[in-house]
Ligand binder design. Structure first.
Ligand SMILES: Cc1cc2nc3c(=O)[nH]c(=O)nc-3n(C[C@H](O)[C@H](O)[C@H](O)COP(=O)(O)O)c2cc1C
Length: 154
């Protein structure tokens, strides 16, 4: 997995004290429920900033992949709230693990939406297919893909 240079030493020490935790999950859009991504991301920014949660939400129109990183109790709490949100269904937890450093340190929640030619290439480079199978996907490769996709987020 690629590493980000992480700012100051004090911040690194704080991350160790807070026990940095990361989860990755997959879910499918619930077409029976309205979805306003702008409102959703505004909520993410508000709540995640308050809890120092960072991450990325990828939405290709059919499914979501989200990474949440922060203190273990905070990430766990927000994940349990998200998991019962009616805007998505079939939530599959891909990974939940301690982490040494954040992959998305500057994003309270980056939104990567849609699949353009470049993101298609990124998926194909790692998986030789465009669609992620949440039951078999390798989480390290998936995180590499998401990190590459995050360079497209403005
Ligand atoms: C795919 C998806 C991702 C979400 N991600 C977050 C998130 O990162 N942070 C967050 O606070 N809420 C997230 N939510 C919304 C939560 O499910 C929930 O609606 C929200 O936390 C409630 O916040 P409020 O009590 O401030 O209205 C997400 C919902 C969906 C469907």
């Amino acid at each position: 997995m690629k590493r980000h240079p992480y700012g100051c030493q004090r911040a690194m020490l704080w991350e160790i004290v807070m026990n940095l935790f990361r989860i990755v999950y997959y879910s499918e859009r619930n077409h029976s429920t309205a979805l306003d991504l702008r409102t959703l991301i505004a909520t993410c920014h508000k709540n995640n900033t308050a809890r120092s949660i960072t991450g990325l939400l990828h939405f290709n129109g059919a499914y979501f992949i989200q990474v949440l990183e922060g203190a273990r109790a905070d990430v766990s709490d927000i994940y349990h709230r998200i998991a019962v949100d009616p805007r998505h269904i079939n939530v599959i937890l891909i990974s939940a693990t301690d982490a040494r450093e954040r992959i998305f340190p500057t994003w309270s929640m980056a939104l990567h939406e849609g699949v353009d030619e470049r993101s298609r290439e990124i998926f194909l480079r790692y998986f030789s297919k465009e669609r992620v199978d949440p039951e078999t996907v390798n989480v390290d490769s998936l995180l590499d893909v998401l990190q590459d996709l995050s360079s497209e987020v403005v």
